[in-house]
Write a protein that binds this ligand. Structure first.
Ligand code: XMP
Ligand code: MG
Length: 180
């Protein structure tokens, strides 16, 4: 299906199921090589990354652990900017090789504010894998170590990503149609 509607908007197919699955296998192979014998701990950020996390993890043929967290952000009491807290992070990260799994990095704000919290626990290493990276929109100082696809700064849905709750179950990734 080339064009779909979600709520009031039209979307055109941007990445096919085959392209996504090919990239997932490629990323899993790179990670398996880099983390062999390290028993890495993957931390998947809900909700958007659930499908990517599941697919990448099942192709990872090394010993590894995974946990799922939700991030809640709120404004600090003073003008300290945003504070991000993790819900469901009960693992001890000390001396662990940690890999964050994200569906998409946009401005980089969420992870920029969240990473220091994890660094505080002194992991042996801390890296990020993101299926999508809107590189030209990233204004926070953040390195995405493993990127699936660098994409333009246009809204996308599918494969875990939603538009106002819908679209997560699509097997492809769709981009907001130029016409809407
Ligand atoms: P930042 O700006 O903190 O944003 O890097 C990351 C979060 O913003 C959401 N996001 C999107 N969600 N389609 C979506 O469905 C998009 O095109 C999109 N761009 C950003 C997403 O929740 C991501 O984790
Ligand atoms: Mg997300």
């Amino acid at each position: 299906m080339a064009r779909i509607s979600v709520h009031d908007k039209e979307f055109d197919v941007y990445l096919s199921e085959e392209e996504i699955q090919g990239k997932v296998r490629e990323l899993a192979a790179r990670l398996a090589l880099d983390y062999k014998d390290k028993k890495p701990l993957f931390i998947a950020i809900l909700n958007g990354s659930f499908m990517f996390a599941s697919d990448i993890f099942k192709h990872l043929n090394i010993d590894a652990e995974i946990c799922f967290i939700k991030l809640a952000s709120y404004k600090g009491m003073r003008s300290t900017g945003n504070v991000v807290t993790a819900i469901g992070l009960d693992q001890d990260l000390y001396n662990r090789d940690v890999v964050i799994i994200e569906d998409i990095v946009d401005t980089g704000k969420t992870l920029f504010h969240f990473l220091p919290k994890l660094q505080h626990q002194q992991p042996a290493s801390l890296k990020i894998v993101s299926l999508l990276h809107k590189k030209e929109a990233t204004i926070f100082d953040l390195t995405v170590d493993y990127v699936g696809f660098t994409i333009p700064d246009k809204f996308v849905v599918g494969y875990g990503l939603d538009y106002d709750g819908l679209g997560r179950n699509l097997k492809e990734i769709y981009q907001l149609s130029a016409a809407t």
